[in-house]
Design a protein around this ligand. Structure first.
Ligand code: 5AD
Ligand code: SF4
Length: 472
C-alpha cells in the first residue's frame, strides 16, 4: 500500500487477543480495583499497535473487561507523533468522546492519552483539555492499571523514561494471540535524522535481553502465533551481550516459528550476518522494509542519514544476491528543506531502479525541536503536494507491477482475517501481499497453499490448491 501523507504507515491489522483466556488478575500497585470496561485505540505504527495490545493485556489482567469504544468506562488513545497534526487529532478525539457521553447522559469515561504525543506534550495536554485524566508515555504504560485506579482527582502525568523497565513489569502475554503477532525487541534511536522526533519521544537505543525476548516469543507461539514480526525503531541495531540481530533471528527461528519478519531497519545496520540470514533462514520471509527517504546524496546528508544513495544501492544488491525473490519496501520524504527539482528527480530514479513492492511516502512536516524544523529553506506546500503526487503515482505503478508479476506463482498464505464474502479469508503471502481466498472450511491461522490468479495494486486473489490447511 502506498500511504498518503498525514497518516502514519498503516499498521498491519491485528485481531485483539481473545478476552476469554482468564488469567489470574495481575497484582497492581494501588490495591483492589473494581472491574470496569475499557477500549484501547491505536493511532500509529506497528509498535504503537504492540503497545496497545500490552496495555489491553495489563488492564485485562487487573480485572477490567474489553468493550466497544462507545460503551467503555476507560478509553486509552495511543497517539503517534511522527508527523503533523498528531496532537490535534487526539484533542478532537477527546472532545468527541466527551460530547458522546454528554449526549448519552453518561458519566465521562476516564480518558488516558498514551504514546509519543503524550511523551512530547506531557502535562500540557491535560491543561489544554481537562477532560484528559491520564497522560502516560511509551516507557511508562505498565503503570496504566494503577493510574486508572487513581484517576478522577485531577490529571495524572507519567512520562518517565526508565529504558526498558516496563517489560519486566508487564503481565505475561495473553494466552491467545493473533496468527501474526508483534514482538518489540528494541526501542529508541540514536541516529538523530534531522527530521525525526523518535530519538526525543522514544529515547536512546535500547535492546531487550535475549532470554526475555525468547520467553515472550514462546508465549506467543503457544498462544497460536504462526508469524512473529520483531519490532524496533531501529530493529537491526539490536545487540545484547555480544549478540547481533542476526543471532537473535536465528534464536527465534530455532523456536520453530513458521514465519519471521522484522521492521523497521536502517541501512547502516544491514550487516553481513543479517544479509546472510536472508539466505540461510527459511522462516525469514522474503521481505525487507529498508527506508531510504531520498535518492539525493545532498539531501541524505542534510537529513543526517549517514549514508549516500550508492551505499543503499550496494546493500540492496547484496540482499538480492542472498535472497533473489526479496520484496522491497521503503519510506520516502518529499519536500525536505532545500530539496531541489534535481534532488527530487534523483529520488524518482532510485525508486524506479529498486522496483519497490510497496512503499510509504510523506510530505516533510517540520517537527518542533528537530534540526530541520529550523531550516530557512522550507519548501512551499504546493511543491510538496506535486512531488508527493508524482512519487506516489510511480510507487503505485511499481506496486501493481510487482503484484501482477506474482500471478501464476504457487505459494503459501497465512490466513489473518475473514473477508466480506461467505467463506472468504484474507491472508498474507511471504512477500506481505494481501491475498483474498475463498476457502470454506478453513480457519484464521491456517497456512494454505494457493495459486495466485489475479492482482490489483493492493491485493491478489488466490485459489487454494488443496482444501486442507497444512497440518500442524
Ligand atoms: N515528516 C515527514 N515524514 C516523516 N517521517 C518521520 N519524520 C517525518 C517528518 N518530520 C517518516 C519517515 C520515517 C517514517 C516512519 O515516517 O519516512 O521513515
Ligand atoms: Fe527517526 Fe532516523 Fe531514528 Fe528512523 S533512524 S527513528 S527516521 S531518527
Amino acid at each position: 500500500m502506498t500511504a498518503t501523507d498525514g497518516s502514519p504507515p498503516p499498521a498491519q491489522p491485528q485481531g485483539r487477543p481473545a478476552a476469554g483466556a482468564s488469567a489470574p488478575p495481575f497484582s497492581v500497585a494501588g490495591g483492589e480495583q473494581k472491574s470496569r470496561s475499557f477500549a484501547v485505540r491505536s493511532f500509529g505504527c506497528q509498535m504503537n499497535v504492540y503497545d496497545s495490545e500490552r496495555m489491553a493485556e495489563s488492564l485485562r489482567a487487573a480485572g477490567h473487561v474489553e468493550a466497544a469504544d462507545a460503551d467503555a468506562d476507560i478509553i486509552v488513545l495511543n497517539s503517534c507523533h511522527i508527523r503533523e497534526k498528531a496532537a490535534e487529532k487526539i484533542y478532537s478525539e477527546v472532545g468527541r468522546i466527551r460530547h458522546r457521553a454528554e449526549r448519552a447522559g453518561r458519566a465521562k469515561p476516564v480518558i488516558a492519552v498514551a504514546g509519543c504525543v503524550a511523551q512530547a506534550e506531557g502535562g500540557e495536554m491535560a491543561r489544554r483539555m481537562p477532560a484528559i485524566d491520564i497522560v502516560v508515555g511509551p516507557q511508562a504504560y505498565h503503570s496504566l492499571p494503577s493510574l486508572v485506579a487513581r484517576a478522577g482527582n485531577g490529571a495524572i502525568v507519567e512520562t518517565g523514561m526508565p529504558g526498558l523497565a516496563k517489560f519486566a513489569a508487564l503481565p505475561p502475554r495473553a494466552r491467545r494471540v493473533p496468527p501474526s503477532a508483534f514482538l518489540t525487541v528494541q526501542e529508541g534511536c540514536d541516529k538523530f535524522c534531522a527530521f525525526c522526533v523518535v530519538p526525543y519521544t522514544r529515547g536512546a537505543e535500547a535492546s531487550r535481553a535475549l532470554p526475555a525476548i525468547l520467553d515472550e516469543a514462546r508465549a506467543l507461539i503457544d498462544g497460536g502465533a504462526r508469524e512473529l514480526t520483531l519490532l524496533g525503531q531501529n530493529v537491526n541495531a539490536w545487540g545484547h551481550d555480544g549478540r547481533t540481530f542476526a543471532d537473535l533471528l536465528h534464536a527465534v527461528a530455532d523456536l520453530g516459528i513458521r514465519r519471521l519478519r522484522y521492521t523497521t531497519s536502517h541501512p547502516r545496520d544491514m550487516d553481513k550476518t543479517l544479509i546472510a540470514a536472508h539466505r540461510d533462514l527459511p522462516a525469514l520471509m522474503p521481505y525487507l522494509h529498508l527506508p531510504v527517504q531520498s535518492g539525493s546524496d545532498r539531501i541524505l546528508k542534510a537529513m543526517n542519514r549517514r549514508h549516500g544513495a550508492d551505499f543503499y544501492r550496494a546493500i540492496i544488491d547484496r540482499v538480492r544476491a542472498a535472497r533473489p525473490d526479496i520484496a522491497l519496501s521503503s519510506d520516502f520524504i518529499v519536500g525536505f528543506p532545500g530539496e531541489t527539482d534535481a534532488d527530487f528527480e534523483a529520488t524518482l530514479k532510485l525508486a524506479a531502479e529498486m522496483g519497490y513492492a510497496q512503499a510509504y511516502s510523506f510530505k516533510y512536516s517540520p517537527r518542533l525541536g528537530t534540526p530541520a524544523a529550523d531550516s530557512a529553506d522550507q519548501i512551499p506546500e504546493e511543491v510538496k503536494d506535486a512531488r508527493l503526487a508524482a512519487l506516489q503515482a510511480q510507487l503505485a505503478a511499481d506496486q501493481t507491477a510487482f503484484n501482477r508479476a506474482s500471478i501464476g506463482r504457487r505459494t503459501t498464505i497465512l490466513l489473518e482475517r475473514e473477508g466480506k464474502l461467505p467463506g472468504q479469508f484474507i491472508g498474507k503471502s511471504p512477500w506481505l501481499q494481501s491475498v483474498h481466498v475463498r476457502a470454506p472450511g478453513l480457519a484464521i491461522g491456517d497456512l494454505v497453499t494457493v495459486d495466485l490468479v489475479n492482482a490489483t495494486q493492493s491485493s491478489l486473489e488466490g485459489q487454494p490448491v488443496q482444501q486442507m490447511a497444512e497440518a500442524w
